[in-house]
Design a protein around this ligand. Structure first.
Ligand SMILES: Nc1ncnc2c1ncn2[C@@H]1O[C@H](COP(=O)(O)OP(=O)(O)O)[C@@H](O)[C@H]1O
Ligand SMILES: [Mg+2]
Length: 410
């Protein structure tokens, strides 16, 4: 009789070129962040006021995805809190990812829960939770207050941001001078700032910082630093590192993409049992990573924007190719107006609120910024001047993805 072998035996014994796979995932933040000393210096300069008992200015950081905003901020915050705690200086901090906590109430509840872990705030009103936070900053009578730095990452996801910022800014007047609440807002969205209410903008953007994309050389260095930690010696060819960096630099200058490329290339090498990451594995990984990125991008879009993108995908699949003046035809070219009509129809069918055409145009701009669509002005023609829209990725795939994400859930 054949011996029964545990099904994990083979997996467990499988040879791998990874030393520690975790170190080459985008979740890992190295202690040494390359090419960001200038920003680390500026942010710590602003926050150092807390160490002298003063309220620092609020700070707004923006820049494309994967430019190190989250990593840099977390690193500086970690060092600030370590330093303050070692010197017994009353400084506290809290990090909130607003993608997971997307309203004033949820954000304040999360923060207060972290500050008072033994208490339960379930079901308490927003006003109560807000008071609790002010009380924490004000401190107990003689003990004096605390300077609190709140990091609101992906701040563009907050639905009632104006109220949140207004509340927190006004809170400072009630706390008194021995304590304060200051904010670091972070956003991947380059246009978000221009959409802010003027009052919110002037409070949040007392200081502003833009993180630029990395170039191919910088990405090569970042990847070299990681491969040394994550892979066994001599398992990643130098040319593969350069190729991954070049691809990421060309697409977006995004360190996350660069890291993902090497991670997936390593997995492909393991699967093939080739023991080495070469250009070939990186090229294969490119296809996979691109899909993952699009998937991620689409699934984190606000619902209304998903509906707009969905309308574009649906129309791209159903509309007849457009005849051009040259006699050729072009597939998948849409008029902005017909996309808006389709969007209204679909949103209505799903009993969603319909955004105005002004907002719709904002959404179109953003979808283009993310590389999900292309647009161009039509020039004067039969329909007058209009915007032409074309989907940047496979329509079938985008449609399927949004159907799974959105429509089945509603
Ligand atoms: N300067 C850097 N040096 C080393 N790794 C970096 C650097 N910038 C970004 N990374 C890595 O890239 C990934 C994405 O960075 P992240 O800080 O999340 O970017 P953002 O918040 O701007 O989208 C993380 O794995 C991070 O560790
Ligand atoms: Mg981030």
């Amino acid at each position: 009789m054949a011996e029964l072998v545990n099904i994990f035996e083979r997996e467990f014994a499988r040879e791998t070129i990874f030393l520690d796979r975790n170190l080459i995932t985008p979740h890992f933040t190295p202690q040494k962040l390359l090419f960001r000393d200038k920003y680390i210096g500026e942010i710590s300069g602003i926050l150092s006021k807390t160490l002298h008992g003063e309220k620092p200015d609020n700070l707004f950081i923006y820049g494309k995805c994967g430019t190190g905003k989250t990593s840099v901020t977390r690193l500086v915050m970690q060092q600030l809190l370590e330093f303050a705690s070692a010197k017994n200086i009353p400084v506290e901090g809290n990090y909130v990812n607003c993608r997971n906590h997307n309203s004033k109430y949820r954000i304040l509840s999360k923060i207060v829960k972290d500050f008072f872990p033994e208490e339960d705030f379930m079901g308490y009103s927003a006003a109560f939770v807000y008071e609790k936070l002010l009380e924490h900053a004000r401190g107990k009578e003689k003990a004096g207050g605390k300077h609190i730095v709140l990091v609101l990452d992906e701040i563009d996801k907050v639905k009632d941001l104006d109220e949140l910022i207004y509340g927190l800014t006004r809170g400072n007047d009630e706390i008194g001078s021995s304590g304060s609440i200051s904010l670091i807002g972070i956003s991947n969205n380059l246009m978000f700032k221009d959409r802010l209410d003027p009052r919110t903008k002037s409070s949040l953007c007392e200081n502003e910082m833009v993180f630029p994309p990395y170039n191919a050389q910088e990405l090569t260095e970042i990847l070299r630093q990681r491969t040394g930690m994550a892979f066994k010696p001599d398992t990643v060819e130098e040319s593969a590192v350069c190729l991954a960096a070049a691809i990421a630099a060309q697409e977006s200058g995004d360190a996350r993409t660069a890291v993902m490329l090497l991670l997936r290339a390593g997995e492909i090498a393991d699967r093939r049992g080739s023991g080495k990451v070469t250009d070939r594995e990186v090229m294969k990984a490119k296809v996979q990573v691109e899909e993952e990125l699009v998937y991620n991008m689409v699934s984190t879009l606000p619902e209304q924007q998903q509906f707009v993108l969905y309308s574009i995908a649906v129309l791209s699949l159903t509309k007849k190719p457009q005849p051009k003046i040259t006699g050729e035809t072009e597939k998948g070219v849409l008029f902005s107006g017909e996309v808006y009509d389709e969007y209204c129809k679909i949103a209505k069918k799903h009993k969603e609120e319909i955004v105005s055409s002004r907002w719709y145009r904002e959404y179109i701009n953003e979808l283009e910024m993310y590389g999900l669509i292309y647009t161009t002005a039509s020039g004067k023609g039969i329909k007058g001047q209009t915007t032409l829209i074309k989907l940047g990725f496979d329509a079938e795939k985008i449609k399927g993805l949004i159907e799974r994400e959105l429509i089945e859930q509603n």
